[in-house]
Design a protein around this ligand. Structure first.
Ligand SMILES: *[C@@H]1O[C@H](CO)[C@@H](O)[C@H](O)[C@H]1NC(C)=O
Ligand SMILES: *[C@@H]1O[C@H](CO)[C@@H](O)[C@H](O)[C@H]1NC(C)=O
Ligand SMILES: *[C@@H]1O[C@H](CO)[C@@H](O)[C@H](O)[C@H]1NC(C)=O
Ligand SMILES: *[C@@H]1O[C@H](CO)[C@@H](O)[C@H](O)[C@H]1NC(C)=O
Ligand SMILES: *[C@@H]1O[C@H](CO)[C@@H](O)[C@H](O)[C@H]1NC(C)=O
Ligand SMILES: *[C@@H]1O[C@H](CO)[C@@H](O)[C@H](O)[C@H]1NC(C)=O
Length: 473
């Protein structure tokens, strides 16, 4: 039990650990703003012809983040390459860049300064076919970083919808630390998570439903990996969007928690199973021990029940195994009408397979008949059993009534009242004696071998029956 408690405490602490790992990464503070809107255009149109030059400008404006420092970098995510394109744009405040991607490519530009302060990310633009022959040069990508990306329901797809408040886990398969995970939602500042060893990096999707975003991982040597555009899926919980998730952590189904609760569920299930098995086995063993105190029998019927003149009936427990020479097919329960302290049952002998024999209806014969000793005429009609078998008397704890008597079919049961010295002849004892007299006239109970001392003063015919009204039965 103490070990079990320790297991539970361990599981709880493990779950707590898994929950504590989960937190919402804040947006980077924005240090400047940039765009390439065409002057005079009332609304930016998110399309670019291939090899069109976009005139990117940036300025501090109303940004409140750390002061930006040159040189500046463009980080261009695309829908067709598995790496972001990183372009150094110098220390000016504008840059003209010819978009080299093939028509149909979606791209999204984020900006960083020398120290990684961000100018935010722009909307996702789409490349359309050029009006003239494209002349812009090929692009050079940084080396590819190997990354295993999984979400809560399996490997992540490049353009997948990842449910809100579930985790994306990126595990570098090569490269050198430190690794920086960047999440770049359109028209938002990006998130950065940096780890200093080659381990799984987790990010909880804490974006609005259907928000597009790119995700990238860059190692210390500049090798990089990117996926996108991804979207935040809806339908699940959105509690992580509230910022701190300390209060909602238990309800969240994010990946570390799912893993933790999976392992925890296994362990708890195993523990509960072992506990139930232990309790059941104990109960079963107890029952077996108790049952064997009363039921276990030697197979021989002769050993079960021996009568010896003088020292009374020596009886043993009720048999459960098959005994030879006993045939009975009735299991009806009779009770003596006027004696609640006795319970007489004709017993059913099990067959050789240990099952109780079910008597077919045609083979049914009346059970052991318990005749009321008050009825006079019925006595003669009761058939005397030819086969005198065994009678089993089961006493209960503390000698408390009722006493259960198991008889064979056809056996008569005679109820004898107690005798009290000095054998006062009360009406009750007289009546009882009358009962005894009438019954024993046709019962084995009057055999000379009957060990009861009381029996000697109860020979049949010694007492006259009381006259009885016809209303009694
Ligand atoms: C960017 O500026 C150059 C001249 O500085 C101009 O020729 C070009 O059309 C501009 N591009 C856009 C998309 O406005
Ligand atoms: C964020 O990540 C980008 C690369 O994805 C990096 O250039 C930039 O310096 C990082 N910024 C911070 C503050 O870590
Ligand atoms: C760009 O690459 C393609 C093939 O990869 C090549 O045919 C083409 O000449 C290259 N263009 C330039 C300007 O280098
Ligand atoms: C890292 O793994 C990726 C994908 O498996 C592979 O393309 C790349 O060449 C590997 N880089 C190094 C340095 O081994
Ligand atoms: C989250 O918790 C931290 C520390 O407890 C606190 O400083 C911060 O203000 C909280 N953020 C929100 C959005 O509640
Ligand atoms: C990400 O989650 C995995 C598994 O839950 C954990 O082993 C790893 O330490 C986590 N990574 C970080 C950076 O917390």
């Amino acid at each position: 039990m103490r070990a079990a408690a320790r297991v539970v405490v361990f599981l709880l602490s493990f779950l707590e650990f898994a929950i504590a790992q989960d937190h919402v990464t804040p947006f980077l503070d924005q240090s400047f703003f940039f765009d390439w809107d065409v002057p005079g255009q009332p609304l930016p149109t998110p399309i670019t012809a291939q090899c069109d030059t976009i005139n990117i400008t940036w300025s501090r404006s109303t940004a409140t983040g750390p002061n930006p420092t040159a040189p500046y970098y463009l980080q261009v995510y695309t829908s067709v390459y598995l790496s972001p394109l990183i372009i150094e744009v110098g220390d000016a405040l504008s840059y003209g860049w010819a978009v080299p991607f093939a028509p149909g490519t979606q791209y999204q530009i984020c900006m960083f300064d020398k120290f990684g302060n961000t100018g935010g990310c722009q909307a996702t633009y789409t490349v359309i076919p050029p009006t003239s022959t494209p002349t812009c040069g090929n692009v050079t990508f940084p080396p590819q970083l190997g990354v295993a990306a999984v979400v809560d329901n399996g490997p992540m797809s490049q353009y997948g919808w990842v449910d809100q408040c579930t985790d994306i886990q990126l595990t570098p398969t090569n490269g050198t630390a430190p690794f920086t995970l960047t999440v770049a939602p359109a028209l938002h500042p990006p998130y950065n998570i940096t780890v200093n060893s080659i381990e799984a990096i987790n990010w909880t999707v804490s974006l609005n439903w259907a928000s597009p975003f790119f995700i990238s991982l860059v190692d210390g040597t500049g090798a990089s990996w990117a996926n996108g555009p991804l979207h935040a899926g809806g339908g699940g919980t959105i509690e992580c969007l509230a910022g701190n998730v300390t209060t909602s952590a238990t309800k969240k189904v994010s990946m570390p928690i799912a893993i933790g609760s999976g392992v925890g569920g296994l362990a708890v299930g195993f523990f509960v199973g072992v506990l139930f098995a232990y309790v059941f086995l104990r109960w079963h063993l107890k029952r077996k021990v108790q049952a064997s105190r009363f039921v276990e029998m030697p197979p021989s019927a002769e050993n079960m029940f021996e009568r010896r003149a003088g020292d009374g009936a020596r009886y043993r427990s009720v048999p459960t195994t098959s005994t030879a020479g006993v045939t009975s097919n009735s299991s009806l329960i009779n009770r003596l009408p006027s004696s609640p302290g006795y319970q007489v049952e004709a017993f059913t002998m099990p067959d050789e397979h240990g099952r109780a024999v079910d008597a077919p209806e045609a083979a049914y014969s009346p059970p052991a008949r318990i005749t009321s000793m008050y009825s006079d005429g019925a006595l003669a009609s009761v058939p005397r059993p030819a086969n005198t078998g065994h009678v089993y008397v089961v006493h209960h704890d503390g000698s408390a009534p009722p006493v259960t008597i198991y008889t064979q079919e056809g056996t008569d049961v005679v109820e004898l009242p107690p005798r009290y010295p000095p054998y006062a002849s009360t009406p009750q004892s007289e009546e009882a004696a009358a009962r005894s007299a009438s019954a024993s006239s046709r019962s084995d109970a009057r055999n000379a071998s009957e060990p009861l001392a009381l029996h000697q003063v109860r020979q049949p015919g010694q007492l006259s029956k009381r006259p009885r009204s016809s209303g009694q039965s």
